[in-house]
Design a protein around this ligand. Structure first.
Ligand code: FAD
Length: 728
């Protein structure tokens, strides 16, 4: 997150529900100077539930109903913390987040939806799922569909809850199973009341019952579920409903952690006033299903979550600027469009039943229009360039933003030229050669390594950015077969108030310290200053028991291995331009955060040459190894592991800022025949280890990696040919 003006207040949105998604979009178009906006959500996407039944019925793909929060956060210039909120400390104004340091707030808002899980029923946790949250349900449903398609199972589906959600889902599931020819599927709804579908008109209810009869959905009313078994749902009267997929779709339940916040009513929902401010805390707002509108109670429905967005947007801004709060006035009745399995729907408003394909088309249009808000973001005006500019400025700016991480590195050709003008080290205790990953110093009879790295932030979450920077810095030490020892931090924070500086530094140091501690190293000091944008770097020493491994020494016959997938630079470049899918970006973050300590421990005793793959791309680092070893490296391009999404993006023409320089510096100048070949020049940040392993050690090596559950791929071999790289 980058702002030209100092940051002074933290606004934290907990949950990427419909209300917050719309608030973020509006904020992106009209940000408040000085406010740092943060979104916390467990995953990189949030489902739009209006399209959930259509997805289950097979009319939409999973991506059609997912709001991509990574793209949305980039548009809104918001920090994105991909983690689950587990609690609040309102006295200290901190949000507890699973697996990471607490996030501080000045103003916060909660929009985390509900769950339809029913943990109170014995066996539910082990043998059933809630229809919400969607991620687990969707994965399990796709598994059931797949096994039904191949005839591995005959679906026996039981849905607990005969409300609109349960009935809509039953129709959708039955429709999809019948269209894929899944044997003779059974779908049963279990409803505790004597009448299903409470809350809608009698005519609409009758229409939905007709659709259930048409598709063969069984409805049992007045029944009480007492236990869920692996193969059946047990009822209070002792009857057992054969089941191999059980879904909870009964009443909306609040998330349990909310009860500990002191913000909830007896039912566990967050009580809010008409302004959407919580009744218990003026600094916290809530919206959507998790909120209880104390001034005008309403059923849980997406329509309210959506309509609350303008009020919440206005009131969050007013809370930051001292403006007047607005009231949310929810409508009394609203149109319910309920899909009926195929491309049909029934409508319920003022008790009037309507039924037909035209209603589905109408609903489809409404839903797609909503989702388009998160697909096509308006282009925001860029600051005007000055009228008078020196020659070359426009060309230097190029058409694309400067990448972060290793994509922002200076190209290798220019760098080597400058470094070649430096005097050679004169001290006898400096043992390293040009091109080594880290300097090698003789110290008290031991060899000590010394390296430095800093990264222009490309992840908006400082905690995560610090973890990646620490892993990146240790790459040089691990690549030389040494143990990380002591780190000094160099941090540039964008201009912000003292309170925000403290918060940000705490997040950075917590992330870095966890990573260094796990690797056996300590942070011993550092230097922090304010500057244009967040930059995190570390200078690091390492100790080597044996002689450090160098990036030269590979011999003909050695096997070439790599321990991480490539493609990071392309995915990060795409993310900056809102071209990458959230899951791809999360995959790249996850890869960069992954420690190479175990991989290095296995490779170090056996590798003849080793390096870490970073800014100069796989080819740049391999060419240095091959030339330094006076060998030819034959790379099997098809065997190179690639991060999901990178090939698609490379094919679409996405390139990191330094890609051209990497390509120009390589001796491989022939036409690039595939996206994979394009990615050979892609800069990596916190990349994998690239090593030459003697042939007689490779079986041991691969078995050791498998035993440790670590990633490794054999991607080529060294031979006696001309020194350099060939692609096969
Ligand atoms: C099968 C089904 C069909 C439905 N169909 C419709 C319909 O057609 N029309 C309609 O109006 N309503 C419908 N609803 C109701 C609708 O789902 C909800 O009213 C709506 O999704 C509420 O939105 P929300 O913004 O409150 O939260 P949600 O959309 O549920 O979003 C909550 C977000 O918070 C995140 N989150 C959860 N826990 C945490 C945490 N601890 N920390 C951080 N983030 C967290 C989640 O990952 C998610 O991204 C349907 C519900 C179901 C079950």
């Amino acid at each position: 997150m980058h702002s030209p003006l100092p940051l002074t207040r933290d606004v934290v949105l907990i949950g990427g529900g419909h209300t917050h998604a719309l608030v973020l979009r509006q904020w992106g178009m009209n940000p408040i100077a000085g406010a740092r906006l943060t979104l916390i959500n467990p995953g990189p996407t949030a489902p739009y539930s209006g399209m959930l039944p259509g997805y289950v019925a097979g009319h939409y793909g999973r991506r059609d109903l997912e709001i991509d929060l990574v793209r949305l956060a980039r548009f809104a210039n918001a920090r994105l913390v991909l983690a689950k909120t587990v609690g609040l400390d309102r006295a200290e104004r901190r949000i507890f987040v699973a697996g990471q340091v607490p996030i501080s707030y000045d103003v916060a808002s909660i929009n985390v939806g509900i769950t339809t899980e029913i943990p109170a029923i014995p066996g539910f946790q082990d043998h059933a799922l809630g229809a919400k949250p969607l991620a687990r349900y969707a994965a399990a449903w796709e598994g059931v569909l797949g096994r039904a398609r191949t005839g591995e199972i005959t679906p026996r589906i039981t849905i607990i809850g005969g409300g609109v959600a349960g009935v809509e889902l039953s129709l959708a599931m039955m429709h999809h199973l019948q269209t894929v020819g899944a044997g003779s599927p059974a779908v049963t709804i279990l409803e505790a009341a004597d009448t299903p579908l409470s809350g809608i008109g009698a005519g609409t209810r009758a229409a939905l019952m007709r659709h259930m009869a048409r598709l063969g959905v069984t409805l049992k009313t007045g029944v009480s579920v007492v236990k869920i078994h692996a193969d059946a749902v047990e009822l209070a009267d002792g009857a057992r409903v054969p089941t191999n997929f059980c879904i909870g779709a009964a009443t909306a339940r609040p998330h349990r952690w909310l009860a500990e916040t002191g913000l909830t009513n007896d039912a566990g929902f967050v009580g809010v006033e008409a302004t959407l401010r919580t009744t218990a805390d003026p600094l916290i707002y809530a919206a959507g299903d998790c909120a209880d509108l104390t001034h005008a109670p309403r059923p849980k429905a997406g329509v309210f979550a959506v309509r609350e967005a303008p009020t919440l947007y206005h009131n969050l801004r007013a809370a930051l600027t001292g403006g007047r709060q607005r009231r949310f006035r929810p409508q009394k009745s609203y149109l319910k469009l309920i899909s009926t399995g195929g491309k049909g729907a029934v409508a319920d408003k003022f008790g009037l039943p309507l039924d037909g394909a035209w209603l589905w088309r109408w609903k489809d249009r409404i839903d797609r229009k909503f989702m388009r808000k998160f697909e096509d973001y308006p282009a925001m005006p860029k600051p005007d360039l000055p009228r008078e500019m020196a020659d070359g400025l426009r060309a230097e700016l190029g058409g694309i933003p400067l990448c972060g991480g290793c994509g922002a590195k200076v190209g290798s050709a220019g760098l080597s030229q400058v470094l070649s003008t430096l005097p050679r080290p004169r001290r006898a205790d400096i043992l390293s050669q040009p091109g080594d990953d880290a300097a090698i110093l003789a110290h008290c009879g031991q060899e000590q390594l010394f390296t430095t790295d800093h990264l222009r932030a490309f992840v908006s979450d400082p905690y995560r950015m610090a973890r990646i920077s620490a892993i990146h810095a240790m790459g040089d030490i691990w690549a030389m077969g040494a143990q990380p020892q002591a780190a000094l931090a160099s941090i540039i924070l964008p201009r912000m108030s003292a309170a925000l500086q403290n918060r940000t530094l705490r997040e950075i140091m917590a992330g870095a310290s966890e990573v260094f501690t796990a690797a056996g190293a300590d942070i011993v000091g550092g230097h922090t200053s304010l500057g244009a944008e967040l930059t995190i770097g570390f200078s690091l020493t390492g100790l080597s028991a044996a002689h450090p491994i160098r990036n030269i020494g590979a011999q003909a016959g050695d096997v070439l291995v790599i321990t991480k997938s490539i493609g990071v630079g392309t995915i990060l470049a795409a993310e900056m331009r809102q071209l990458a899918q959230g899951e791809w970006v999360e995959g790249a973050y996850h890869s960069m955060e992954y420690s190479q300590a175990k991989a290095a421990a296995i490779l170090s005793p056996i590798a003849r040459a080793m390096t870490d793959v970073t800014g100069f791309g796989l080819i740049g680092h391999l060419e240095a190894m091959a030339k330094g070893s006076n060998s030819q490296a034959e790379v099997e391009v098809a065997r190179i592991p690639i991060l999901e999404g990178a090939e698609t993006l490379a094919e679409r023409g996405v390139r990191s800022s330094i890609w051209e320089a990497n390509r120009a510096a390589s001796t491989l100048q022939g036409a690039l025949k595939s996206p994979r070949e394009i990615l050979l020049f892609d800069p990596q940040t916190a990349g994998g280890l690239l090593a030459a392993i003697p042939e007689d050690k490779i079986t041991y090596c691969l078995q050791a990696f498998e035993k440790e559950g670590e990633q490794i791929s054999v991607i080529g071999r060294f031979s006696k040919g001309a020194a350099g790289v060939t692609l096969v």
